[in-house]
Design a protein around this ligand. Structure first.
Ligand code: HEC
Length: 134
């Protein structure tokens, strides 16, 4: 009887060791650890603002980014409440997608037409711009 128990335990232990390794390696249902969790729209918009838009519009939204020094006209001061009130989200959306030239503004404002594919990121960019209002 004791012998049988030992055998059973051994078998159980053995079975454990033979279990396939945790899903990280190859089972079709596994979420591969190498695929980073997709950034949410707010994070994507923030990253985009910091790396692209802020070069002209400034990290503080006042239009004093390093690439704005020689621009004429200068990028808008986003903190200006009167300006904020004068434009609709739809206006902003259009300028960001199509660029300045398409809406009668400076051609130095580059369009980001690829944001058509990710309207939720575009919405978050607009929230960032609205957030500068003083
Ligand atoms: C190379 C410089 C540059 C970059 C980069 C840039 N912009 Fe602009 N942007 C401008 C300039 C200059 C204007 C002002 C155009 C005008 O008033 O004629 C402008 C205008 C705008 C406007 C319109 C403001 C208004 O007066 O209605 C919006 C919205 C805007 N930018 C958003 C963005 C966003 C979002 C990004 C990043 C995805 C971005 N811009 C990147 C230069 C830039």
């Amino acid at each position: 009887m004791r012998f049988l128990l030992v055998l059973l335990l051994a078998a159980a232990a053995c079975g454990k060791n033979n279990e396939p390794p945790p899903p990280s390696s190859g089972s079709p249902n596994a979420q591969p650890e190498s695929a980073p969790k997709k950034k949410n729209a707010a994070d994507q918009a923030r990253a985009m603002f910091d790396t692209i838009c802020a070069t002209c519009h400034g990290a503080d939204g006042t239009g004093n980014g390093p690439a704005a020094a020689n621009l004429n006209p200068k990028p808008r001061n986003y903190t200006d409440a009167a300006w904020q009130a004068s434009v609709t989200d739809e206006d902003l959306r259009k300028t960001i997608l199509l660029g300045g030239q398409a809406v009668g503004k400076s051609p130095m404002m580059p369009g980001q037409p690829q944001l058509k594919e990710t309207p939720e990121v575009l919405d978050e960019l607009i929230k960032i711009i609205r957030g500068f209002k003083k």
